[in-house]
Design a protein around this ligand. Structure first.
Ligand code: GUN
Length: 300
């Protein structure tokens, strides 16, 4: 079997286009422009790239982008004061504090200071609780992107056996909640799971989010399963020249695509969906703030 490739890059372009259309409609009909504020503390190069991309795509979707770059030595009080200002700003509908924060800052405290209605990352404890209890929440972007691709591929997910490999607050746990909400039978597996391979082999849907390059082998996959690879790992690529690197997922793509029914590649799978869903969440937050109908097909 050769798996169908789920093209996250094309899917994300479609989501961005749909967000852009709705933003134009909001502006024309209601004079409202969705605004996203991104806060970056310190100079982590990878985070700077992410933040630049977020800003660029926010503007391309017709939204307002507010970037706040703070020095690494910013105090907790200063950061909390900025968040309070953004919470009170009616032009800001979404607030994202780029993680990881420098070690002297308490991420939980900072995230929970964001107005839950503007928490477009869906990391605030209120949103975590709302999602877990099946109420209207802001949903974390990466799991939302995975869910959109799964729904698009399968239609209904009801009754399917889903295994989420990884238990992070950003991906694993919210992914499991979303799959449960779509009536999957869900297992959260992790590095301490006994007989991990056999657990993965049960999955009709396998979501790999462990951050270990090519950990999931071909024989861990049930024939015909759908594999969503959330991993983005940079590994040495001596075949490309000395000191060169390449990106790989958490799944051994070549082996897995010979067994799976469908699979997301790395790069070009889940990655582009994360920012697309951030834009979708900002639009959703803006619609909710103004008491307008939510965008169809862009929420969980
Ligand atoms: N750092 C890596 N991924 C994310 C994300 O989804 N949101 C935030 N705020 N920071 C991140």
């Amino acid at each position: 079997m050769t798996a169908q490739i789920i093209d996250g890059k094309a899917f994300a372009a479609d989501v961005r286009a749909r967000v852009g259309e709705q933003v134009a409609r909001l502006k024309a009909a209601h004079g409202v422009t969705p605004g996203l504020a991104v806060v970056l503390v310190g100079e982590d190069p990878a985070s700077e790239v992410y933040v630049r991309n977020k800003g660029k795509q926010t503007l391309e979707a017709g939204m307002a982008s507010f970037e706040h770059k703070l020095p690494a030595e910013t105090s907790e009080a200063e950061l909390l004061a900025l968040i309070a200002t953004l919470n009170a700003d009616p032009e800001v509908h979404g607030i994202l504090v780029q993680l990881p924060l420098p070690a002297h800052l308490n991420s939980d405290l900072v995230i929970n200071a964001i107005d839950p209605a503007k928490d477009v990352d869906g990391f605030h404890i209120s949103n975590v609780g709302l999602l877990a209890t099946g109420q209207k929440a802001m949903v974390p972007c990466t799991p939302l992107g995975c869910l959109m691709m799964l729904r698009d591929h399968h239609g209904s997910l009801s009754g399917m056996e889903a295994v989420v490999l990884g238990r992070s607050n950003i991906v694993g746990k919210p992914m499991a909640q979303l799959l449960l909400r779509d009536s999957c039978t869900v297992t959260i597996a992790h590095s301490r799971t006994r007989d991990l391979e056999a657990v993965c082999r049960r999955a009709d849907i396998l979501v790999a989010a462990v951050g270990r390059p090519e950990m999931v082998k071909g024989d861990w996959i049930k024939p015909g399963a759908t594999v969503i690879d959330v991993g983005i790992n940079r590994v040495p690529a001596p075949e490309k020249g000395a000191g060169k690197t390449r990106l790989v997922g958490d799944v051994d793509f070549a082996a897995a695509s010979a067994v799976a029914g469908a699979i997301t590649p790395v790069p070009g799978g889940v990655g582009p969906m994360t920012i697309a869903c951030l834009l979708a969440n900002t639009l959703t937050a803006c619609c909710r703030a103004h008491g307008l109908a939510e965008p169809e097909g862009l929420t969980a």
